[in-house]
Design a protein around this ligand. Structure first.
Ligand code: AGP
Length: 612
């Protein structure tokens, strides 16, 4: 949700923090702030709105110094105003926070009764008051932070400085992500909510675990538990992402760049997971064996948003290819319905960020009930990946645009690999069938390139229909999740109301919405649903709806029936969702561009939702 960056060392920390915040702005962008030591005193600059507003202020104030901490906010408690923007300070204790202090009302009342006065409506400010209270009781900075955090319930990732300790920077984590890294110079340290903020400075990072804090001083960095101050030995992880991957690289928006990266991202995701003879899959990296796959009685997929849509396609593949009964649940629903998790259940968690609070909590619930967890994540070392018994990483590289694109197609690639691996282990497909599907998967990146060539056509369609106030997306079978994804993309970035529906369900209600102003996107691949989808399309035409049809490159019928036709080269029924989603991403993208919305940082959204 919010983004945190901190620096301590010989350089001026303000530009380092601002550079990091810029990389994390996708996490929240309603206000931002930076604090540093300038002339021996802590100085704070904050502003409402995007980071560029803060930049203007910093330019005018010539703020510089070290250590420095900064924050970009996605409001939870308290509106996006300057007093509510981070950093928060009380008696020299400065705090930036990502997460939610659940017991903040009780703590605030307790502190207010003891004479504390607050200058914001946030839960975060409580933390600086609590630390200040412990300092006043005679504890040193590090002890005071521990004592304060042990009173806090909820989730936090924190960067903390104290005016009386100008050579200390503390980072602490419980439930919200935080990475730390050493710089190249003695006494140089970085902290951040997410890896992209650090890539330009270090690719060797340490992931803090829950209830851990890092205490940085010129003498070194010590990582200890918050509860009892026990020192922890931590593994240093090498990050394969390149700093250039987190730049726009000449594209107008990250989203467009990420759409165009999909052939490469899918190809990277397949790499090393297919045998040399190109006939079978190899998923030893998951730690699950063919015997484990044979023991699976049921699969439950848990995810949110776009990742949930990938899971819907995955359910279809796992049932059809591996013949394993598969349920899928929206993570935020699963947790609160006391789900039945029987013996032999494998939970699959899907998450680009690996930090989505709902998915994490749902997986924990399933684990407590005895299930094994396999996760499909894009961010190495993320909370979900570390909670799992096995991980399949999607090698999409950093996804910065809030609207997820390349994460989706790489999640699908992982799910297909998984379904084939399980099918081979369970002998629900013979070797020849597996080899044919593996071959089709290997040809996918080239077909994804062909879908991208359609960009100018989608731009044209977007120009024609961008004034519409509603859109309907229809499809059947395993393309129904793609209709949902097309609708989600459109509403997220263009703010046009859009609904995805199974085409056969249209006559049970949504048909009432159709009139001459309603664009209806219909996915009509050449699969066994084709005739039925064409009938649904005719029902739309009969009610004057504006049909935008997506169909096979060989189609001869839909041009006469539709207002617009987009023809797509198909890999074959089973893999069609991957090539059909790309034009829908492009349609949403160009529509948003014509409407002049903020494509990469659409209103009210944040890239990784680390609160429930
Ligand atoms: C997708 O475009 C969204 N911004 C959102 O639905 C996202 O997919 C969802 O929040 C899940 O995120 P995750 O994959 O990081 O868990």
């Amino acid at each position: 949700m919010c983004g945190i960056v901190g620096y301590m060392g010989p350089q001026d920390g303000v530009p380092v923090v601002m550079d990091g915040l810029q990389k994390l702005e996708y996490r929240g962008y309603d206000s931002a702030g930076v604090a540093t030591f300038q002339d021996g005193r802590i100085t704070i600059n904050r502003s409402v709105g995007k980071l560029r507003e803060l930049e203007k202020k910093l330019f005018a104030s010539e703020l510089s110094g070290s250590p420095a901490i900064g924050h970009t906010r996605w409001a939870t408690h308290g509106r996006p105003t300057e007093p509510n923007a981070h950093p928060h300070v009380y008696e020299g204790v400065v705090v930036v926070h990502n997460g939610i202090v659940e017991n903040y009302i009780a703590l605030r009342e307790e502190l207010a009764a003891a004479g504390h006065r607050f200058s914001s409506e946030t839960d975060t400010e409580i933390i600086s008051h609590l630390i200040a209270r412990e300092l006043a009781r005679g504890l040193d900075f590090c002890q005071a932070v521990r004592a304060a955090l042990n009173q806090v319930r909820g989730a936090f990732a924190l960067g903390i400085m104290y005016e009386q300790e100008p050579e200390m920077l503390i980072a602490a984590r419980k439930g919200s992500p935080l990475v730390v890294a050493h710089g190249s110079q003695q006494g140089e340290y970085y902290i951040a909510s997410d890896i992209p903020a650090l890539l330009a400075y270090s690719r060797e990072v340490i992931f803090l675990d829950d209830d851990e804090m890092a205490v940085c001083s010129p003498a070194g960095m010590t990582i200890m538990t918050v509860a009892d101050g026990r020192e922890q030995q931590k593994e240093v992880h090498q990050i394969a992402w390149d700093p250039i991957m987190a730049e726009k690289g000449g594209y107008k928006h990250f989203m467009l760049k990420e759409i165009f990266e999909q052939p490469q991202a899918v190809s990277n995701t397949l790499l090393g997971r297919i045998s040399e003879d190109r006939r079978k899959t190899d998923l030893q990296e998951t730690g699950f064996t063919p015997a484990d796959w044979r023991a699976v009685k049921k699969i439950m997929i848990l995810a949110c948003g776009t990742s949930w849509h990938a899971g819907l396609v995955g359910k279809f593949w796992l049932e059809r290819l591996a013949r394993i009964p598969t349920e899928i649940d929206i993570a935020s629903e699963f947790r609160y319905r006391d789900p039945l998790v029987e013996e032999g259940t494998l939970l699959i968690g899907i998450s680009q960020s690996g930090e989505t609070a709902d998915t994490l909590a749902a997986l924990r619930e399933g684990k407590d009930k005895g299930a094994k967890i396999l996760s499909i994540c894009n961010v190495m070392g993320s909370s979900i990946s570390r909670q799992s018994d096995g991980v399949m990483y999607t090698y999409a590289g950093p996804e910065i645009g809030v609207a997820s694109t390349k994460a989706f197609t790489t999640q699908l690639a992982c799910l297909m690999l998984l379904a084939l691996d399980m099918a081979a282990a369970r002998k629900t497909m013979d070797d020849e069938e597996i080899a044919e599907n593996v071959e089709a998967l290997l040809k996918l990146p080239a077909l994804l390139e062909k879908s991208l060539i359609l960009a100018p056509r989608l731009e044209q369609i977007a120009r024609t229909y961008h004034h519409a106030s509603d859109y309907l997306f229809l499809a059947r079978g395993l393309n129904y999740p793609i209709a949902l994804e097309g609708a989600l993309k459109l509403k997220e970035i263009s703010y046009i109301h859009a609904e995805g529906y199974p085409a056969g369900e249209m006559k049970h209600g949504p048909i009432a919405l159709i009139d001459e102003n309603m664009p209806v996107v219909i996915l009509a691949p050449h699969d066994h649903h084709y005739e039925k989808v064409v009938s649904n399309l005719q029902e739309v035409v009969a009610r004057d709806g504006r049909v935008i049809a997506f169909t096979a490159s060989t189609d001869k019928r839909l041009a006469d029936l539709s207002h617009e036709v987009v023809k797509i080269e198909e890999p074959g029924e089973i893999l069609n969702p991957l090539v059909y989603v790309i034009p829908l991403q492009l349609l949403a993208y160009y529509t948003a561009v014509f409407k002049g919305t903020d494509v990469d940082q659409p209103r009210n959204l944040a890239k990784s939702v680390t609160v429930e």
